[in-house]
Design a protein around this ligand. Structure first.
Ligand code: UD1
Length: 335
């Protein structure tokens, strides 16, 4: 099967390409390197011994999409290509909506032209806003997103629901990711955000390697076990494996619209993450408690039942694996 992977050199895209190639899929990749590096292509080849057929360009560009679909008989698309920085999205809403929403419309248009029906879309647990109950089921209310990044995911989900309503022969899977962290065990690919990281794991890694001085823990007065925020951290390789399960589901069902949360179902606090990182990597992390970050929620973790029952998806890696692999990648790669 030929799979078009947009954003194939990004953090989750790159790891998913590895899993796809290892599972015998042919990968056609598209990336414009807006938040990724070209050498990821070589690294994927080193890890898998296989090559991606690569196109450089933007999903907003209809011409490049037409070239891809006319030159390759695409069976399914996995769409990762998007901007993902929450803070930046507040400052650049127009750029975020164009890049994250218009690009999907463009893709859907061209998929229609070439009669390609199967699509897996990268969504986020952010679509649940402030969850009323944890663990979060896929049937939980969505909405009340607090930033254009989150709202762009919500908009695309709505668009996909409308597209499916209009054409029941579409075969769409929406995957809502919880908090992906960690890296491939080879240490060749991993998370390498531009600038000062906004997310917890990459920030801890930079404190560990001395590139940043001190981690700010955003609040210790939440209604959680130790007062710090609780999240569902999931190993990026498990997340990538989730896409293989989703593809298998689409292949089996042929048509439908499916929504799954991807996470471990276990909530860990900020202090859990720090303590685990210190123990596993045998290094001290300098941190201080500061005020809450606006827009943050106390707890967010998934109910794993639906993904387990319908996709057969369960996580292989635990928090120790996540922090070990994240630090391994940081030491080897990040300048
Ligand atoms: C964030 C985004 C979410 C996005 C996800 C991608 C926000 C409000 N939400 O989720 O939309 O889908 O990243 O992975 O940004 N923390 C600290 N110090 C730091 C950084 C984070 O204490 O320097 C804490 C946070 O308060 C939170 C936890 O660590 O409790 C995780 O934060 P983060 O990694 O930014 O992820 P989310 O906020 O869950």
């Amino acid at each position: 099967m030929k799979i078009l992977v947009t954003g194939c050199c990004g953090y989750i895209g790159g790891h998913t390409c590895v899993e796809l190639l290892n599972n015998g899929y042919e990968v056609i990749g598209l990336d414009n390197f807006s938040n990724s590096k070209k050498d990821v292509l070589d690294k994927i080849k080193i890890i898998t011994g296989k090559e991606i057929k690569f196109y450089e360009g933007n999903m907003l560009n209809s011409d490049i999409l037409r070239s891809i679909f006319s030159e390759n008989k695409i069976d399914a698309v996995i769409d990762f290509a998007a901007y993902k920085a929450v803070g930046e999205s507040v400052k650049k809403p127009v750029e975020y909506y164009i890049n994250n929403v218009s690009s999907v419309l463009n893709l859907l248009n061209i998929m229609k032209e070439y009669n390609v029906k199967s699509l897996i879309f990268s969504s986020s647990a952010t679509v649940y806003g402030t969850p009323e109950v944890v663990p979060i089921k896929e049937t939980a209310k969505t909405g009340n997103t607090t930033n254009p990044y989150g709202t762009s995911k919500l908009f695309v989900e709505q668009i996909l629901k409308d597209v499916y309503k209009a054409d029941n022969t579409m075969n769409i899977c929406i995957l809502r990711y919880f908090n992906p962290i960690g890296a491939h065990e080879s240490g060749l690919i991993g998370e390498d955000p531009n600038g000062i990281p906004a997310n917890l794991m990459p920030y801890i890694c930079k404190v560990a390697t001395g590139k940043l001085e001190c981690l700010s823990v955003f609040g210790n007065d939440y209604d959680t076990k130790d007062g710090t925020g609780v999240r569902d951290y999931v190993h990026v390789v498990d997340l990538a494996r989730g896409h293989i399960k989703a593809l298998e589901k689409l292949n089996k069902e042929k048509e439908g619209l499916f929504i799954y949360n991807l996470g471990t179902g276990i909530g860990y606090s900020v202090l859990d993450l720090i303590n685990t990182f210190e123990r596993v990597n045998n290094i001290k992390i300098n941190y201080k408690i500061v005020d809450r970050r606006p827009g943050d929620i106390a707890e967010c973790y998934t109910d794993t039942t639906k993904a387990k029952e319908e996709l057969g998806f369960t996580c292989k890696y635990n928090l120790d694996d996540m922090v070990r692999s994240a630090y391994n990648y940081e030491k080897k790669n990040v300048k």
